[in-house]
Design a protein around this ligand. Structure first.
Ligand code: FE2
Ligand code: FE2
Length: 490
C-alpha cells in the first residue's frame, strides 16, 4: 500500500516541479481574455458551419457540428495553454497573434478551398510562431491548423498534406533555433526546394509540366508554382518579422543577437560612463553563459539579459564601488545608510526606466529587478545597526521580485560570485574557491531567493561547477608566463 502512495507522491512532486514558475505568468486582463475567447468562438464557427449547410438537416449533422465546434474550441484552449507553458512571459498581444493567425488560415481555407496549396497556407505562419514563441507552440499550432479543415479534405492530395506537415515541422524546429536573418533566408529557399523535390517524387510528374504559366493562386497541385508561392510568402514574412517583433513584442533569436551587440547605444554608454560596471557585466556574462550551457538553458537570452542587468547604474555611476577607481566614496560623505540603500534600489528602478525607453523586450527587462531579487543590502544594514537608527529590515532589501526563471536565477548567483571570484587569491586551491562559491550559493538559498526559479539541486551543483571552471580559466590567464631574452613573443 505504501508503494503506490509513494509513487503518487512522486508524480505529484514532479507535476508541481513542472508547473514552476507558474508565479511568473503574465496576467491577462478580462477584456483581452474576452477578445481571445471571441476569436476562438469565431474560429470554431468558421471551421464547423459547413457541416450544417446540407439540403436535409438531420440530427446526426447537428451532433457532428456540435462535436467539431467543441473540438476546435478545445484545441484553441489547448494551444493557448501550451504557448503559456512554453513562454511564461507571453502576453495577451502574443496570444492574439497566435489565435489570429489560426483565424486567418481557417478563413483562407474557406475562401480558396482546395484551390490553394496547403503548403502556402500552413508553413509561413509556422515560421512566425516558431521564431517568436518557440518550437513547441509552433508544432501545437501546426497540428490544429492541419487537422481542422472546414471542407472535406478529399480534394487535397494526401501526399501533399504529408509534405506540408513535414515542411511545417522542419520550419518549426529550425525556426525556433535559427540565430540570424541570413539563416532564415536560407530556410526560406531550402524548404520550398525540399517541398518541390518531395512533390516531384511523391505526387508524380507525368500530369504536370514543370513550368506553369497560369496564375499562381488558381493552381492546385502544380508543384513548381506551389513551391514558388511558398518561397515568395516566406521571403515576405522574413521581411516583416522585425515589424512583428516591435508590434507584438516578439523575442526572436535574431533580435536577441542584435540586442547583444556591444555597439548598441545603451551598452556603449555603459562602457564609457561606467567602465567598472561594464567590466563586471562582461565577467558576469562569461560566468552566466557557461552555467546556462551546463544546465541546457537559453544561452542567447542570458547573454543579452546579463549585458543589460546593471544599466540602471548609468544614473549615478560613481555611487557604485566598481566605478570609483580609488576616488572618494560618496556614500561615506552622505553618511546616511537609508539614503545609500535608496540609491542602490534606484539602479533597479532606473534600469527599468532605461529598458522602457530603449524598448527592451520584457524577458530582457526582467533580468533588471530579478538579478537583485529581495536581497539584503548587508553593508548598509550593518551601518544602520551600528548607528542605532530606527528602520525596518525591508528598508534594506531590494524590492524584487525574486528570480522567476532559471536564467535570472543564474544571473543572480553570477552577480553575487563575481566580486568574490575576482578578489580570490591567485594561489587559492579549487577547494577554497568552491567553498567561497558554496557560501554565496547557500546564503541565496537560505534567504529563499531561488524558490521560484525551478532550479533543481543537481542544476545548482552544475552552476557552481561551471563558475569554478570559469574562475580556473581566469586564474590561468592571470599567471605570468616566464619570458627570456631570446623568446619574448611566444
Ligand atoms: Fe545590480
Ligand atoms: Fe551586477
Amino acid at each position: 500500500m505504501q508503494k503506490p502512495i509513494r509513487i503518487l507522491k512522486k508524480i505529484n512532486y514532479f507535476w508541481k516541479r513542472s508547473q514552476v514558475p507558474a508565479k511568473g505568468l503574465v496576467k491577462i486582463s478580462t477584456i483581452d481574455k474576452l477578445i481571445i475567447f471571441l476569436i476562438c468562438i469565431v474560429i470554431s464557427i468558421i471551421s464547423s458551419y459547413k457541416i450544417l449547410l446540407v439540403q436535409t438537416l438531420e440530427v446526426s449533422d447537428v451532433f457532428s457540428w456540435g462535436f467539431t465546434f467543441a473540438e476546435v474550441l478545445f484545441s484553441c484552449g489547448l494551444l493557448i495553454l501550451i504557448s503559456r507553458k512554453e513562454n511564461p512571459n507571453i502576453n495577451a498581444r502574443q496570444i492574439l497573434l497566435i489565435i489570429s493567425l489560426l483565424l486567418i488560415v481557417q478563413m483562407i481555407k474557406n475562401i480558396y478551398g482546395s484551390s490553394l496549396s496547403p503548403l502556402s497556407i500552413i508553413v509561413p505562419p509556422a515560421l512566425i510562431i516558431s521564431q517568436g514563441m518557440g518550437t513547441i507552440t509552433a508544432l501545437a499550432w501546426i497540428s490544429i491548423a492541419s487537422l481542422s479543415w472546414p471542407e472535406s479534405i478529399t480534394n487535397i492530395n494526401n501526399n501533399l498534406l504529408f509534405i506540408t506537415l513535414i515542411c511545417a515541422c522542419v520550419v518549426s524546429v529550425l525556426g525556433g533555433k535559427i540565430r540570424s536573418r541570413a539563416q532564415l533566408l536560407q530556410l526560406s529557399i531550402f524548404v520550398p526546394i525540399g517541398a518541390l523535390i518531395s512533390q516531384w517524387i511523391l505526387i508524380g510528374n507525368e500530369e504536370y509540366s514543370l513550368i506553369d504559366n497560369q496564375a499562381l493562386f488558381e493552381l492546385n497541385g502544380k508543384i513548381f508554382s506551389d513551391s514558388l508561392l511558398l518561397a515568395i510568402i516566406m521571403l515576405i514574412i522574413i521581411l516583416f518579422i522585425p515589424i512583428f517583433e516591435s508590434i507584438f513584442g516578439l523575442l526572436t533569436k535574431a533580435r536577441l543577437m542584435e540586442l547583444a551587440d556591444k555597439e548598441k547605444p545603451l551598452i556603449r554608454r555603459l562602457s564609457i560612463e561606467a567602465p567598472g560596471t561594464f567590466e563586471h557585466t562582461l565577467l558576469i556574462c562569461g560566468l552566466a553563459e557557461e552555467a546556462t550551457r551546463m544546465i541546457g538553458g537559453d544561452i542567447d537570452l542570458i547573454k543579452t539579459g546579463s549585458l543589460y542587468h546593471d544599466v540602471g547604474k548609468l544614473h549615478a555611476p560613481n555611487w557604485f564601488i566598481e566605478n570609483q577607481d580609488g576616488a572618494k566614496n560618496p556614500h561615506d560623505e552622505i553618511d546616511d545608510p537609508l539614503k545609500s540603500a535608496e540609491i542602490l534600489q534606484a539602479h533597479v528602478d532606473q534600469g527599468l526606466k532605461f529598458a522602457r525607453k530603449n524598448r527592451l523586450p520584457k524577458p530582457i527587462a526582467n533580468f533588471i529587478p530579478e538579478h537583485q531579487g529581495t536581497l539584503k543590502m548587508g553593508y548598509f544594514l550593518n551601518k544602520a545597526e551600528e548607528k542605532k537608527l530606527k528602520f525596518n529590515e525591508s528598508d534594506f532589501r531590494y524590492k524584487g521580485p525574486i528570480p522567476q526563471s532559471k536564467e535570472t536565477a543564474i544571473l543572480m548567483l553570477a552577480d553575487g560570485c563575481e566580486a568574490a571570484l575576482r578578489a580570490m587569491d591567485i594561489n587559492a586551491s579549487d577547494y577554497e574557491a568552491l567553498e567561497t562559491l558554496s557560501k554565496i550559493f547557500d546564503s541565496r538559498q537560505v534567504d529563499g531567493q531561488l524558490n521560484d526559479s525551478n532550479l533543481s539541486k543537481g542544476e545548482i551543483f552544475l552552476i557552481k561547477k561551471s563558475f569554478l571552471n570559469v574562475w580556473k580559466r581566469i586564474r590561468h590567464r592571470r599567471i605570468q608566463y616566464p619570458t627570456t631574452k631570446n623568446n619574448t613573443f611566444s
